[in-house]
Design a protein around this ligand. Structure first.
Ligand SMILES: Nc1ncnc2c1ncn2[C@@H]1O[C@H](COP(=O)(O)OP(=O)(O)OP(=O)(O)O)[C@@H](O)[C@H]1O
Ligand SMILES: [Mg+2]
Length: 314
């Protein structure tokens, strides 16, 4: 096992193989180090360094669930679902990070937040995670999107190698703090969408039951398939029908078709609800804005489906 010892005078980092000093450590002897660079002599707390290293190794493997809310088609309820699923999971006691990868920046708006920094500043390392992630509610943190992500797309596009891992490299370092990371994506298909699918492991697809959704869905499945060739961990988990309007025949017919086509992924539909379109302008989740609404009940049902906890939010 090797540890890094930093010289307090010149800040030079030295890699020390512990096997070479094993005897002294086990006897609990004090160690005095000498910097090879500036020759400065200083006491070394080797026991502390070893314990820190052990802790890092023993930290349980992250069990964070990473859910990408995505579909190339616009206006299908991606942001609405990302915000309310995140808020619902947080209410159910889970620690949630909501990541907005859309230049429209609607997720922050929906939670009534105007963070000065977000995902763009984190990806460019201009600011620390602590400066970029804002607490939106109890148990709910937000990494906001917005216009500044446009530049990030250019940076990713210019990369020759490993462009698809840009987001993973940054989020993998901090996601162990959360039970769930929910990622809202932009409409369309670009490098950032690819990055999201290389980071997340579960895919949730909202499908609007309003107009001809099946073509868009099958096109998306093809694109997802092309990602899965390189990234086996990313799997489709949920198809969430949205804009379910029971007063007219069309949505129920499309819902029945979806159920037949994708029985293993289909979730209970989110009904059409005025409250869902009103809530964002008040900066509130559906549970805060209209707790007794059908939409609130539907998103609670989705929380139960995702957590496999039948008693959540009852
Ligand atoms: N079940 C619903 N009933 C009524 N209105 C809804 C419902 N779900 C979403 N909306 C509204 O429809 C609009 C589009 O929803 P949303 O922004 O969530 O879609 P999106 O897929 O994120 O869009 P984009 O692709 O532009 O990011 C919003 O105004 C939202 O408030
Ligand atoms: Mg959106």
């Amino acid at each position: 096992m090797a540890v890094i010892i930093v010289c307090p005078k010149c800040a030079k980092k030295h890699k020390v193989n512990l096997d070479t000093v094993k005897e002294k450590v086990s006897l609990g002897k004090k160690i005095v180090g000498r910097c090879k660079s500036c020759r400065h002599r200083f006491p070394v707390q080797l026991d502390k360094l070893i314990n820190q290293k052990k802790e890092r190794f023993q930290r349980p493997k992250t069990s964070t669930r990473k859910i990408c809310v995505t579909l190339s088609k616009g206006g299908v309820g991606k942001t609405t679902t990302s915000v309310n699923l995140s808020a619902g999971l947080a209410l159910a006691g889970h620690k949630v990070l909501l990541v907005d990868t859309d230049t429209q920046g609607q997720s922050s708006y929906g939670l009534g937040k105007k963070p000065r920094a977000g995902l763009a500043e984190l990806l460019t390392k201009k600011l620390t995670p602590e400066e970029c992630i804002v607490r939106a509610r109890k148990n709910l943190w937000l990494l906001s999107g917005g216009k500044s992500l446009t530049e990030i797309k250019r940076v990713i596009d210019r990369k020759t190698f490993g462009a698809e891992w840009t987001l993973s490299k940054v989020l993998n370092k901090l996601d162990h703090r959360y039970d769930f990371v929910i990622i809202d994506t932009a409409p369309g298909w670009d490098q950032l969408t690819v990055n999201v699918l290389f980071y997340g492991t579960e895919v949730l697809v909202p499908v609007a039951l309003e107009v001809m959704p099946l073509h868009g869905l099958s096109e998306f499945m093809k694109s997802l398939g092309s990602i899965q060739k390189y990234r086996k961990e990313t799997v489709l988990k949920y198809i969430v029908p949205t804009f379910m309007d029971t007063r007219i025949k069309g949505p129920s017919t499309i819902y029945s078709q979806l159920k037949k086509l994708y029985p293993e992924y289909i979730c209970t539909p989110i009904r059409y609800s005025e409250s869902l379109s009103e809530a964002p302008s008040y900066g509130k989740s559906i549970f805060e804005f209209a707790p007794g609404s059908t939409a609130s009940a539907d998103y609670k049902e989705l929380v139960r489906k995702v957590t496999l906890d039948d008693s959540a939010l009852l």
